[in-house]
Design a protein. Structure first.
Length: 264
């Protein structure tokens, strides 16, 4: 069994049925994050088609300026979502300082909501790792997944110290920097992702498919000197520990019990 803690299933088109079949065939518990309300609506419909999929609502930093002036209108979606994400900051692809101000307002709103509702936050931090770290620390966030961390060691160590989890994805297959980050993340805080379908396509030009998670887990195992099955088990246990407070985690527990029962 695998955990894909960050994917965008709503971005698949006509090949979605095949994608869902691949998720089930490879037993990949998948968190389908969203970028805005429309994305969340599509993702919720996908979630209804598979017990292996959990969807979450968020406003991606690229979309944050559109919602900055009407954040309270998002409250019903925030309240209904089991996880909040994808949220965060992006100073790498969005370079205008005035946009960063709006991103921070939206990010803080979601973080505060997540804290008050004791929900996991699924966070984008590209080029804004220091501000993400600062805001999470100032607001007192406790439960967060830092998606595809690619920043510097100082911020990484600070986020690790706060107890947050980190997803390692497809860039580990080609990047020495990400491979070094894999070595630095404590084993109990390590998760995996694909950022499908766009993550792998951004790196290689090819459509990201769910089964790429197997290659990610294998390389993490090689980097850390672990057995592949031990790594697979570790990632599942880490995610279950993060989610143990949440009622929706029974879906993951049932899937895990089924897989283990079959193997035994």
């Amino acid at each position: 069994m695998y955990v894909d803690a960050h994917a965008h299933l709503d971005k698949y088109d006509s090949d979605l049925p095949d994608i869902l079949h691949e998720i089930e065939r490879n037993e990949i518990f998948t968190v389908s994050v969203s970028m805005n309300p429309e994305s969340y609506a599509r993702s919720r419909k996908i979630c209804e088609q598979s017990q292996w999929v959990l969807t979450s609502f968020g406003v991606h930093p690229w979309d944050a300026p559109e919602f900055c002036s009407r954040l309270q209108s998002l409250d019903p979606l925030i309240d209904a979502s089991p996880i909040l994400g994808e949220i965060g900051l992006d100073y790498h692809f969005v370079t205008e300082p005035e946009m960063h101000v709006l991103q921070r307002e939206v990010f803080k709103y979601f973080v505060q909501k997540g804290i008050s509702q004791d929900k996991i936050l699924n966070i984008h931090s590209k080029g804004a790792e220091a501000d993400v770290d600062r805001i999470l620390g100032e607001l007192g966030a406790k439960r967060a997944i830092i998606h595809w961390y690619s920043g510097q060691t100082k911020e990484l160590l600070s986020l690790i110290e706060k107890g947050f989890y980190f997803t390692v994805g497809v860039e580990v297959l080609s990047s020495p920097h990400i491979q070094a980050i894999v070595k630095a993340i404590p084993a109990p805080q390590l998760l995996t992702e694909t950022d499908n379908p766009g993550g792998y396509r951004w790196l290689t030009g090819e459509l990201g498919r769910p089964s790429i998670i197997r290659s990610v887990v294998k390389l993490i195992s090689d980097i850390r000197g672990w057995d592949h099955r031990e790594t697979e088990h570790l990632i599942v246990e880490n995610f279950m520990e993060l989610a143990r407070k949440d009622s929706w985690a029974t879906k993951l527990i049932k899937r895990t019990a089924t897989v283990r029962g079959r193997r035994d």
